[in-house]
Design a protein. Structure first.
Length: 135
């Protein structure tokens, strides 16, 4: 069974955002796979940094759509993004220091956050964006 399995139900109906969500998903999957094949953790570290960069691009995209749609919960949603970036930054530091079991802790955090954010917070965006006619 895969660590994380993509489902079409993760889509929110805005192609650019859906593609980015899938990109984040794919990077989490690469992180999982990398720790199985490379015991020194270099690829995990590099992939985690790439994930962070991609997450920042994605959050900018999502926030641009929210502003265009005059999304009423913009500040709350943006704060979730900021907290996530802070948490992943800390995880990157811990991975670099090779803290015990950090790769598993990182994967568990990313999986939990990803599913909660995509299936929780972003569900509200889906409804709002549909009403505004975004595709």
């Amino acid at each position: 069974m895969p660590f994380l399995e993509w489902k079409d139900s993760y889509n929110i109906g805005v192609k650019e955002i859906d593609n980015q969500h899938r990109g984040l998903f794919d990077l989490i999957s690469k992180l999982f796979t990398s720790r199985l094949y490379e015991p020194d953790g270099k690829y995990f570290f590099l992939t985690l940094n790439k994930f962070m960069e991609y997450a920042q691009v994605h959050f900018s995209t999502e926030e641009r759509y929210m502003q265009e749609a005059q999304y009423p919960k913009f500040a709350e949603h943006q704060r979730e993004h900021e907290l996530f970036i802070e948490q992943v930054s800390k995880l990157i530091q811990d991975v670099e220091k090779k803290e015990p079991d950090i790769e598993n802790k990182t994967l568990d955090f990313l999986k939990e956050w990803y599913l909660a954010h995509i299936l929780g917070t972003d569900r509200d965006l889906e409804k709002w964006f549909q009403e505004k006619g975004f595709k």
